[in-house]
Design a protein around this ligand. Structure first.
Ligand code: TV1
Ligand code: CA
Ligand code: ZN
Length: 393
């Protein structure tokens, strides 16, 4: 009004703590916290930090963790040890009660610290959105969407996303959760099953017998009881192997634009699991960095406050490519950064024998056969459209 205009572009904050990389799930476990170092190293080498507010995140407090999880579970998590534990009165290992200590969710040194660090970054990111200090807040160390109220699941111990969304709900009447990890975002979906203030949308590989966690069918849209306001507020987009950039980004845009129109969220929480990229050790899709990042671009263009989380991603160099490129999307610089990966990175030190000129786009690994027909994708959009007829915000 007085000639003072808002600076052009979005205000972006980056929430990171280098401590997280120190933890190891075990030698053969696919989850490598080290991919966060690789991502951060790329982001810094490209000079992106100059265009963001950078925060060293802290560990989430007990109160913050128990805003979603039970005291019982957090108390147990705080004391677990990698060594075998005394059995309980019924001669059971108490870890089993919380699904801890198996191969997916092993107990490792410093586990509680690792979990609370991940949640702390996501919590801080959400708070920056609540206080209007950021338009986009990035927490690559979060996105652990399988964790339940009182149970670990699928490499996830603490559901940092649910904790962050609970903060967003203090300010915003409605929050939209979007999940592009190759796995179904079951923990977040379940947490908000009975509220109409959060709509969850997950895109995932669906094969109930053979692909984790086996939930997330097209027809699963929240418990359909008459008194459940959360009915119809869970959207699932089940996909088959080999989906391409073109199919995925078209599907994403048509689903999300319809959701936005009906649900009118005040904030968006976007889980960017990078295991939906081609060549992922666990994933099955054929997405390239561009296709994956087109989802971030689309969300940014909506001009709705946005929290961005990490998630899965099991081919570390591909994860770092995608998350660094998506950081560039957030600051509006993805068209300007050089495609060749800068020399002074952990990357170049670590992968000296890699092809001479690694770029941010090229993806390691072989593409899979595409098993998604146009007919099925049309059916999915049709079903989503019908679900949204029940939603009124
Ligand atoms: C140790 C060592 C653990 C090697 C786990 C793949 C391993 C897997 C391992 C693995 C693996 C899963 C299941 C089977 C359920 C079990 C961060 C009946 C080569 C968000 C979690 C996937 C994905 C869990 C997490 C899945 C995320 N797949 N090698 N484990 N049981 N678990 O299928 O969504 O990305 O695979
Ligand atoms: Ca998903
Ligand atoms: Zn995943």
């Amino acid at each position: 009004e007085y000639g003072i205009t808002k600076p052009k572009g979005s205000k972006v904050s980056f929430h990171y703590n280098a401590e997280m990389e120190k933890y190891h799930f075990g030698e053969h476990h696919p989850m490598k916290p080290w991919r966060l170092t690789l991502t951060k190293s790329l982001v810094s080498a490209y000079g992106m930090n100059f265009a963001m507010d950078n925060y060293t995140s802290r560990a989430a407090t007990y109160e913050e963790l128990t805003s979603f999880h039970t005291d019982d579970y957090i108390d147990h998590l705080a004391t677990v040890a990698p060594q075998p534990q005394p059995l309980d009165v019924e001669n059971n290992n108490p870890d089993l009660r919380f699904n801890l200590g198996g191969s997916d969710c092993p107990l490792f040194e410093g586990l509680y610290n690792y979990c609370s660090m991940s949640a702390g970054a996501s919590f801080d990111a959400a708070r920056k959105i609540c206080s209007n200090q950021s338009d986009i807040a990035i927490a690559w160390g979060g996105g652990l969407h399988h964790a339940k109220k009182a149970e670990a699941s699928g490499f996830c111990y603490i559901n940092d996303i649910v904790i962050a969304i609970l903060q967003l709900l203090r300010i915003h009447a409605r929050v939209l959760y979007i999940d592009i990890d190759v796995h179904h975002g079951d923990g977040v979906e379940e947490a908000f099953f009975s509220t109409d203030r959060v709509m969850t949308v997950s895109f995932h590989k669906y094969d109930p017998q053979y692909f984790f966690p086996g939930t997330g069918a097209l027809e699963d849209n929240g418990p359909k009881s008459e008194h459940n306001p959360g009915a119809h507020h869970a959207i699932n987009v089940p996909l088959n192997d080999g989906i391409t950039d073109e199919q995925y980004s078209k599907l994403f845009e048509s689903v999300i634009s319809k959701v936005i129109e009906k649900f009118r969220p005040g904030a968006i929480a976007l889980q960017c699991g990078a295991d939906s990229l081609a060549g992922d050790r666990l994933g099955r899709f054929n997405l390239l960095v561009e296709g994956h990042a087109s989802c971030v671009e689309f969300c940014k263009k909506l001009n709705i406050p946005l929290v961005i989380f990490g998630g899965g991603g099991y081919t570390p160099r591909n994860v770092a490519r995608a998350w660094a490129y998506e950081t560039a999307v957030a600051i509006g610089q993805h068209k300007n950064i050089p495609t060749q990966i800068p020399i002074h990175t952990v990357w170049r030190d670590r992968f000296k024998n890699e092809s001479l000129l690694p770029t941010i786009h090229q993806i390691l690994g072989e593409p899979r056969q595409n098993r998604n027909t146009q007919k099925r994708l049309t059916e999915i959009v049709q079903h989503v459209t019908e679900q949204l007829r029940f939603v009124n915000a």
